[in-house]
Design a protein around this ligand. Structure first.
Ligand code: AMP
Length: 351
């Protein structure tokens, strides 16, 4: 296809989106502040520049037809600047909502998607006051912005913890206090929606976290049919209400009696959908590229149950153990420094 897709961000999600675009004959340009990023290693072209560098952004916009992003903390100003030059999908409204936990939860609740009880925190005294109001002893305090992989959050117990120290540990307001959810499992559903409003779904996927970071995803998730149905319906509602063009993921908590609460929106392909590369005819990345570039999304066409395991930090050295095993597919993101907590690669096991 005679088209060039520009992607803001150079991480592994960008890398796998580039690989999907290549299959469709779509050229790719990565815009990233980092040298030698995972996506730059495979893209046709890369512009290394700060997200505030208008000259570099202008050069980027000039050589692409359509722009997307692979990372939710792209400054809104950057997207606003680019949007005046080339179409950006998904729309910045989704980015704006998913960058701020208060906005995110307000939006989800406004479209009838339940979340854990929450309240904004402006000062340390708010924390015990809200908990007393809720008649609860435990809660989670989170930064409203820039939290990921369990970073920027702390548990709080009314009897044991000091509000001032927890408040300052997280860097002060804006913060949000959330009720502790006694979940039985964590799941996610990924939706791809095209310009004609067609939606395709991946999931629900069962997710297991270690130290706040996704460790393992399993599809299909062993859930009661009514839980699966409800989780998919919530994700449909979200994709429609936000007028999605692209891919998003909705992270959910499943509680006793099949009650589901939304936790977080990711405005992009999601780590819990990586198995779709090998287990589906059309991966989340291909449907993302399709939707953003104006092609219809296609049925995922999953042909095998699958499990995905993240290789975090030094886990990457275990790649050797997986090489040569039948039905095991390795992905190395090409990152040179295996810092603790850093996603270095993943493996997908077809069952
Ligand atoms: P988050 O950064 O919001 O995705 O949270 C990271 C992880 O913390 C989640 O995957 C959950 O395991 C846990 N968590 C977050 N919020 C809550 C909550 N309100 N209640 C219980 N566990 C939570």
């Amino acid at each position: 296809m005679d088209m060039t897709l520009g992607i803001l961000g150079g991480g592994q999600l960008g890398r796998m989106s580039v690989q999907a675009a290549q299959k469709l004959g779509i050229r790719t340009v990565i815009y990233t502040p980092e040298d030698n990023s995972p996506a730059a290693q495979v893209a046709d072209h890369t512009i290394v520049g700060a997200y505030e560098d208008q000259d570099a952004l202008l050069r980027f916009a000039e050589i692409v037809d359509i722009i997307s992003y692979e990372f939710e903390n792209i400054p809104l100003k950057t997207v606003g600047f680019l949007k005046a030059l080339k179409p950006v999908y998904p729309d910045e409204n989704l980015l704006k909502i998913s960058q701020d936990r208060v906005r995110e939860k307000s939006f989800l609740n406004s479209i009838g998607i339940p979340t854990a009880r929450w309240w904004p925190v402006d000062k340390p005294e708010d924390i015990p006051n809200i908990l007393k109001d809720w008649n609860q002893e435990d809660a989670i305090l989170k930064t409203t912005r820039l939290g990921y992989d369990g970073k920027g959050q702390a548990r709080f117990n009314l009897k044991k913890d000091n509000p001032d120290s927890v408040y300052s540990l997280l860097g002060g307001s804006p913060l949000i206090l959330e009720e502790m959810v006694d979940f039985t499992s964590e799941i996610s559903v990924i939706a791809a929606r095209d310009h004609e409003g067609q939606i395709e779904i991946y999931g629900p996927v069962l997710n297991e976290h270690r130290d706040g970071i996704l460790h393992k995803s399993v599809f299909p998730a062993p859930l009661l049919p009514q839980v699966t149905k409800k989780a998919v319906e919530m994700t449909f509602t979200l994709a429609e209400q936000i007028n999605l063009r692209g891919v998003l993921a909705l992270e959910l908590f499943v509680m006793q009696e099949g009650i589901i609460l939304a936790n977080e929106i990711a405005p992009r392909p999601h780590n819990s959908g990586h198995w779709s590369i090998e287990a589906c005819a059309v991966s989340q990345f291909e449907n993302h590229v399709r939707a953003v570039c104006g092609l219809p999304v296609l049925r995922p066409g999953q042909h095998r149950p699958a499990e995905m395991i993240n290789l975090i930090g030094d886990d990457i050295t275990r790649l050797e153990d997986y090489k040569g095993r039948e039905n095991v597919f390795i992905h190395d993101y090409g990152k040179s420094n295996p810092r603790p907590g850093r996603k270095m690669g993943h493996v997908t096991i077809l069952m």
